[in-house]
Ligand binder design. Structure first.
Ligand SMILES: [Zn+2]
Length: 307
């Protein structure tokens, strides 16, 4: 009798263990490869991120309150906690330990070359600059996670509209604090120079976009690039329910729809003899990537790694 009870217990424990393992696998989908089909992405996004998005919205609202209303939030916590903890200044610690998540988007890829000049494809140099920016952030700052929307020369979807939305979906999937899309410019007469940054005009992310853009613009102009503009562009044919136009550029628009400040950094004009110096060598591309990273770090006040 005793033996059978023991056997039964072992059986139940084993069953519970197996169920536990199964659950763990379900709850922790790892999404390191981004070659899902559109439908898979849609399912994945809907099921796993709808709840997360709601929670993130609430967090954002809380963050906003604590940012603009520090006095109130600190009195709230001292009411809730006992007096012994009152003098602890939690906020700087929170800032240091909070992980900042950045998605860097190398523009174009695969069959979409982007601009071509001097036999160089835009898609190839956007990828290099994005990787240099990622490496610089990871090597030099604490508490930062960086994801790329592509690590190799490929499109994210055969359909352009879907390809562009995927980039925002990936950023959202990682709960990114920002998406920075890397591009290079070209002009018809090959005479234009300098940096344009396109930011969302949607109110809930516009200021974050502008401030992030300013920080990156500063680093790029420090390299000697000409500051052209930080611009918001309105869609001609897409409006919200109040009649307010959405963003013209899909990256801005799809990121804003997911509460992510998403900006497009047109680093410089790859078809211009003056700006070519910022592209022509591996070292030059590395410098560009690092400038983008330093701008991101400045905006998010990332803490440099100690030696
Ligand atoms: Zn481009």
């Amino acid at each position: 009798m005793k033996l059978t009870i023991r056997k039964l217990l072992i059986f139940i424990l084993a069953a519970l263990f197996l169920v536990g393992c199964g659950k763990k696998d379900e709850e922790e989908p790892t999404v390191t490869q981004h070659d899902f089909t559109v439908e898979q992405w849609a399912d994945f996004y809907d099921e796993k991120n709808a709840a997360k998005a709601d929670a993130a919205n609430k967090d954002d609202a809380d963050d906003d309150n604590s940012g603009t209303n520090e006095g109130n939030s600190s009195t709230d916590t001292s009411d809730d906690k006992n007096d012994g903890e009152k003098d602890n200044n939690d906020e700087p610690d929170d800032k240091k330990t909070k992980t900042t998540v950045i998605t860097i988007d190398p523009g174009h890829g695969g069959k979409r070359t982007g601009a071509i000049y001097n036999k160089i494809n835009e898609k190839d140099i956007t990828l290099k600059v994005a990787k240099y920016a990622r490496d610089y952030l990871l090597d030099n700052y604490e508490n930062v996670e960086v994801y790329l929307t592509r690590e190799e020369d490929k499109d994210l979807d055969p359909d352009l509209a879907t390809d562009l939305e995927m980039r925002a979906i990936i950023a959202k999937d990682h709960n990114s604090d920002a998406l920075v899309s890397i591009h290079f410019n070209a002009s018809e007469d090959h005479k234009k120079t300098g940096t344009y940054i396109y930011v969302s005009r949607r109110e809930h992310v516009a200021q974050q976009c502008k401030d992030l853009a300013k920080a990156i613009m500063k680093e790029l102009t420090d390299l000697g690039l000409r500051e052209r503009a930080i611009e918001q562009r309105k869609s001609n044919d897409m409006f919200d329910e109040t009649g307010d136009p959405y963003d013209y550029y899909a990256i801005n628009r799809h990121c804003a729809a997911r509460n992510i400040p998403g900006i497009i950094v047109e680093q410089c004009f790859m078809d211009n003899a003056n700006d070519w110096q910022y592209i022509e060598s591996e070292m030059a591309l590395k410098t560009l990537g690092e400038a983008n990273a330093k701008g991101i770090a400045a905006y998010f006040e990332l803490v440099p790694k100690s030696e």
